[in-house]
Design a protein around this ligand. Structure first.
Ligand SMILES: C[S@@+](CC[C@H](N)C(=O)[O-])C[C@H]1O[C@@H](n2cnc3c(N)ncnc32)[C@H](O)[C@@H]1O
Length: 211
């Protein structure tokens, strides 16, 4: 598959409809993904890593990286001593790149928004970085992330600050809180997530704790 120039790759991804096509596009992008994201000035990893270390400080903790992609997050956490991480992603091509980093104990192709093939309370902490958004992991993904994270465990996820996306996810976030399934812990201030590619886009990173 031909892929567009580096400056147009995110737009090409955002324009994709349907999980099959999305997986094909990420498969095609996988080899270049890390270099591209670094060139965009990708800031989500440093913020998410800080929050993992703050809220899931035990390196032995079994941690789920949901929508792990090429494993940018896992690679750094592994350097910090995290040894028990599981990666899931829609795209096998992205997971293949992640596998080569040797950071994850397990890597599985799974789709957020569908039932995940894990028992209840399987993880001490869960992270979903750059994946919960329109056209990727839908708000219902949060139900399964809560189910597979054990009580007391943090769920850390990034969210674009666009009205439309926040509106959709906010309803699910609030419902989970009203149902007593998780409680809010903290949220970062908005920050430019890819300043050299999308200077107008900002993200925040949320932390909830499963109850
Ligand atoms: C922007 S990348 C982020 C990857 C990685 N977390 C990072 O921050 O570099 C989005 C990733 O989410 C995956 N993805 C998209 N929709 C998904 C879904 N419904 N379930 C699981 N993974 C999904 C894509 O295959 C891709 O690897």
């Amino acid at each position: 598959m031909d892929i567009p120039d580096r400056a147009d790759r995110l737009k090409w991804i955002y324009a994709t409809r349907g999980n099959k096509k999305l997986a094909e596009r990420y498969d095609a992008w996988a080899e270049d993904y890390d270099e591209d994201l670094l060139s965009y000035g990708y800031k989500l990893p440093s913020v998410c890593i800080g929050l993992v270390v703050r809220h899931a400080p035990s390196p032995e903790a079994r941690l789920l990286d949901a929508g792990a992609g090429t494993g940018i997050l896992g690679e750094s956490l592994h350097i910090l001593g995290y040894q028990n991480m599981v990666a899931i992603d829609l795209s096998q091509g992205m997971l293949d790149v992640a596998r080569n980093k040797g950071a994850y104990r397990e890597l599985r192709q799974m789709t957020l928004g569908e039932t995940l093939d894990f028992a209840d309370d399987s993880f001490a902490a869960t992270v979903a970085m750059g994946v919960l958004t329109l056209g990727h992991g839908p708000p219902e993904s949060l139900d399964e992330l809560v189910r597979v994270t054990r009580p007391g465990g943090p769920i850390i996820f990034s969210m674009i600050t666009s009205e439309i996306v926040q509106h959709q996810f906010r309803a699910k976030q609030d419902l989970l809180e009203r149902e007593g399934r998780w409680s809010f812990v903290e949220v970062t201030a908005p920050f430019q997530s890819m300043p050299y590619d999308e200077p107008d886009i900002t993200h925040r990173v949320f932390v909830y704790r499963v109850t």
